[in-house]
Design a protein around this ligand. Sequence first.
Ligand SMILES: [Cu+2]
Length: 160
Amino acid sequence: MKLSTMISFLSALLLLCAPAYASGQSKAAGAAKGARTVNITGNDSMKYSLTTIPAHPGETLHIVLKNVGSMPKIAMAHNVVVLKPGTDGAKFTSAGMTARDTEYIAPSVKTQVLASTPLAGAGETVELTFKVPAKRATYPFLCTFPGHFASGMHGTIVVK
Ligand SMILES: [Cu+2]
């Protein structure tokens, strides 16, 4: 390959990679800018390491969930889905039980979701950035993977 061909090939490659790199960077910057990071782990026993998150009205939370388990993703994955105050978690999760394509969130109850992470398999980390509403209330969060809510995989963000 001629040097000039090689250079144009390399710059084309750089251009292709640039958008991915840029979006990764802006995400990190967005999370750092004024957001408070809350780290949670989820394990093969279907438990979060943290079930109560105190928060202030209007603050930005950056919730990072790490699946520290080792079971295959098809059998065991976790997410954090933040819901509107008063949402019935049992009803919400049973509606999504078969909605595998939409991360076990049924389209019919999607309006109850304020923020969500994707599902994390063993060793994976997922995150969400969420501006806490001004309304002082208790905002439930839960894991939508079938059976996990019933096993106790839920908690609350208490805004006061
Ligand atoms: Cu889970």
